[in-house]
Design a protein around this ligand. Structure first.
Ligand SMILES: NC(=O)C1=CN([C@@H]2O[C@H](COP(=O)(O)OP(=O)(O)OC[C@H]3O[C@@H](n4cnc5c(N)ncnc54)[C@H](O)[C@@H]3O)[C@@H](O)[C@H]2O)C=CC1
Ligand SMILES: O=C(O)CCC(=O)N[C@@H](CCC(=O)O)C(=O)O
Length: 486
């Protein structure tokens, strides 16, 4: 039973789909995809349930969402293990993803009040009331790299606001999605409020194209996000929130503690085997002896990064990438950069055939004239040597993306200058550029997003404001407008 439609689990009526552990190819989930007819049923179930869900009222909705939180807490270990098995990420890391899912509940309730909610003020003619209403039925699309936390970051605020949801997870992580929906079911969510349709791109297309969708909240690649943006052109009545990838720069300038800088670089570029949208892809290091020393320490540290399957003891820093295909894609990306004139400082290697296990790579691309503005979604960091800070900032900004960026420098003045000039939605100083806080907005500019930041600002795209001027009864004004007599 792979689809959850109108409160019932049912088998897909489409074709066969499997999900396997990318570290050993063991099949961990098997089922049939949803057909267009099942997508239609899911959307109509969400439509049917929406008004009652909204009319239940905020407190009653939140009570169910708190019950879901209790389910998450009870199943925290299982969630972490399922994510690790399906994505290949190490267990220490997926435990933090399960924790972030739990933390999302309190943050989303607080964000609802702070960003939306209801306010009233007295005005001469009565009172002005600001309320927020849900859009209606929203589709949530999830990526594979955070299969629990990131869809959860759309679903929870959407439900708090009174929307109903049709969730289409990544085809690479159906098992995590199924577990999440089972926990909502146990929490007592009324039928039709959250529906799950599993499948590949065709299922996504059917859902995105459904005329009864009022909004679409997407986290995934820039390529797919751009397709959806084109598809929603000419539909101003629908809300589209796009959280997409990046080609994120990190600049190092005059740091006293080189070892600490190396640590921040590694946490920025290689966590989750480089499969975070916030990961550093380009590292700018000053030319000269100090820069050479930093690079040589970085090379040694990258060579020592422990890579192993998700459940290995001791735990590795990097687990497997999501698939063998993804691993091969990174080897191909490295080959392409070498062909363009790059020099591998640490070669990224596919460690075992038929798995997603790769070693981290570091490549000097200073000599590459036309550096591709691509998001290589894996553990491959490109190094560019610069002469002047201005040059480094200009190169860092030379991207169509604008998600995260960072500066490692001991001078506050340097940071203020960088902050004023860099174009990105997440800008950090002397901190890794991954691991953004859910208590802050999360989103990028350029090809990284459409100015609908998620995380704490997700509340904004989950509801629309309704401004009212109200009085308890109809009454005559103190004076009539010129030219009127009654
Ligand atoms: N900005 C952010 O918050 C984040 C962005 N990402 C980005 O996500 C990407 C990795 O995730 P993927 O799963 O590979 O993304 P993806 O774009 O391949 O897939 C995302 C979802 O869209 C669906 N989909 C794919 N093509 C579609 C189409 N034509 N119409 C409708 N639906 C379609 C997929 O089935 C999946 O459910 C990276 O680029 C990463 O940077 C990942 C996490 C956070
Ligand atoms: O959504 C939130 O609560 C905060 C954003 C977040 O968790 N970002 C993570 C993962 C994003 C990704 O998939 O790359 C991060 O910044 O590391």
């Amino acid at each position: 039973m792979t689809q959850f439609i109108n409160g019932q689990w049912q088998a897909g009526a489409g074709h066969s789909m499997t999900s396997s552990n990318p570290a050993n190819q063991q099949v961990i989930w098997q089922g049939l995809t949803a057909t267009n007819e099942q997508v239609q049923q899911a959307v109509m179930a969400a439509r049917e349930a929406q008004f009652d869900w909204f009319m239940l009222g905020f407190d009653a909705r939140v009570a169910i969402i708190e019950a879901y939180k209790a389910q998450l807490e009870e199943s925290k270990g299982l969630i972490g293990e399922t994510i690790a098995q399906e994505t290949g990420k190490p267990q220490w890391e997926t435990a933090t993803e399960a924790g972030a899912m739990i933390g999302k509940i309190g943050l989303s309730i607080s964000a609802y009040h702070k960003r939306t909610g209801q306010t009233e003020s007295d005005i001469p003619a009565g009172r002005a009331v600001l309320r927020h209403k849900p859009h209606g039925v929203v589709a949530v699309f999830g990526p594979y790299n955070f299969p629990g936390h990131l869809p959860n970051g759309h679903i929870v605020p959407a439900l708090i606001a009174g929307n109903t949801v049709v969730f289409k997870p990544s085809e690479l992580t159906p098992k995590v999605a199924e577990l999440m929906v089972q926990l909502w079911e146990k929490a007592g969510l009324p039928k039709g409020v959250l529906n799950l349709v599993q499948g590949e791109v065709e299922t996504g297309k059917a859902l995105a194209a459904h005329p009864q969708i009022d909004g679409l909240f997407f986290t995934g690649s820039s390529r797919t996000g751009h397709l959806l943006h084109q598809q929603y052109a000419g539909e101003p009545g629908k809300i589209l929130a796009l959280e997409m990838g990046g080609n994120n720069p990190l600049i190092v300038k005059d740091v006293a503690d080189t070892q600490a800088a190396v640590h921040d670089i590694i946490q920025s570029a290689y966590i989750s085997a480089g499969q975070r949208c916030t990961c550093a892809r380009r590292l700018y290091v000053e030319k000269g002896a100090k820069g050479d020393e930093l690079i040589s320490q970085l090379v040694e540290a990258v060579k020592k990064i422990h890579v192993a399957p998700w459940n290995a003891t001791p735990q590795p820093f990097m687990g497997s990438m999501i698939s063998e295909t993804a691993a091969k894609g990174m080897v191909e990306a490295q080959r392409n950069l070498v062909n363009l004139g790059g020099t591998a400082l640490v070669e990224l290697k596919h460690l075992e055939p038929a798995t997603g296990l790769v070693s981290p790579g570091l490549i000097d691309v200073t000599q590459v004239i036309e550096l591709p503005d691509e998001e290589y979604f894996g553990p491959l960091l490109q190094v560019i040597r610069y002469s002047e800070f201005d040059e480094a900032i200009e190169l860092a900004n030379n991207t169509r993306y604008g998600l995260s960026a960072g500066l490692l420098a001991d001078s506050r003045d340097d940071y203020d200058y960088f902050l004023a000039r860099i174009r990105a939605g997440i800008v950090n100083w002397n901190k890794q550029i991954t691991g953004a806080s859910g208590a802050a907005p999360f989103g990028g500019v350029g090809a990284s997003g459409n100015h609908r930041a998620s995380a704490f600002y997700a509340a904004d795209y989950c509801a629309y404001p309704v401004a009212s001027v109200e009085a308890d009864q109809v009454s005559m004004p103190a004076a009539l407008s010129p030219g009127l007599s009654l």
